[in-house]
Design a protein around this ligand. Structure first.
Ligand code: HEC
Length: 259
């Protein structure tokens, strides 16, 4: 027997934790990441969002999304609702594959089932297609399902990864994004774990282009001098599943920009 309560209790527990610790921050504000803690940085960010550097990515992503494969089909044929407005349901547990399927992973599975070569992960075309799909999902409420014993196991693995210490600095994701969320590290404030997933893909000024959330996972691994994992490895997919489940109830607001 399994209990879905393990996870739904978790989600509530984290929300309670943050609302107790930061009583002036409303749940929906967590979609702004670390900017909820820094009014000045938030203002600068909102100015950037007036002329968003990811606009081209959305346009190009749409073009790619609508361009037929060699066999004449398009991405729309692989997704519910033709792929429009569905980002809030990813990552999802696939009972046939017994695996967590992220949106980028699904994009590549779509290509492969149509005899196309998979795209490189992290940035470029895949981030642009994902940006377009996120854009059509703006405002939709994240609704990740845990349906079976195995899906809960995947969730728990993701959670374990988030709370395990690693790297030469011996730090867990949670050390920065739960425990010290809002303490300044060098000149950056690690944002809270809640809402970490809502706004991807992201144009980062540091990258000078748009990347996927797993690119950020790699960066945060390297930051503590731990070995980054492969894109779309089982562990990163489970991690993304866990993090997204925790943000159930928050709206999709991607793509976005970050420093
Ligand atoms: C040493 C502290 C530290 C650790 C450990 C760390 N991060 Fe981060 N992380 C940061 C900082 C600082 C930022 C940039 C500010 C921000 O956006 O939260 C960041 C940003 C992020 C973001 C982007 C948030 C956004 O709003 O765009 C994600 C996602 C993320 N981290 C996930 C992780 C994961 C997953 C791990 C564990 C593998 C991890 N982090 C470990 C410090 C850390």
């Amino acid at each position: 027997m399994f209990s879905q309560n393990v996870a739904s209790d978790d989600a509530q527990m984290f929300k309670d934790y943050f609302s107790k610790r930061f009583p002036n921050i409303e749940l929906d504000e967590y979609v702004d990441g670390s900017y909820v803690f820094d009014e000045a940085a938030k203002e600068q960010w909102l100015e950037i969002e007036d002329f968003p550097p990811y606009e081209f990515d959305i346009e190009h992503g749409q073009e790619l999304f609508e361009t037929p494969f060699t066999n004449g089909k398009t991405y729309a044929s692989c997704f519910e609702n033709n792929g429009i407005g569905i980002k809030q349901k990813y990552p999802q547990w696939d009972e046939t594959q017994k695996a967590v399927i992220t949106l980028e992973y699904a994009i590549n599975q779509c290509r492969e089932s149509n005899k196309e070569i998979p795209l490189a992960y992290g940035k470029g075309d895949i981030a642009q297609i994902s940006a377009y799909m996120a854009f059509t999902s703006r405002g939709n409420i994240i609704d990740i399902q845990l349906s079976t014993k195995e899906s809960i196991e995947a969730y728990l693995q993701g959670k374990k990864y988030y709370f395990s210490k690693r790297g030469q600095l011996n730090m867990a994701c949670a050390n920065c994004h739960v425990a010290t969320a809002n303490l300044r590290l060098r000149n950056e404030i690690p944002g809270p774990m809640l809402g970490q997933v809502t706004h991807w893909p992201v144009y980062r000024s540091k990258w000078e282009n748009t990347g996927t959330i797993q690119r950020r996972f790699k960066g945060c691994n390297t930051q503590v001098r731990a070995k980054a994992l492969e894109y779309q490895s089982e562990t990163y997919r489970n991690l993304e599943y866990f993090l997204t489940y925790i943000s159930n109830g928050l709206p999709i607001n991607g793509p976005s920009t970050r420093k």
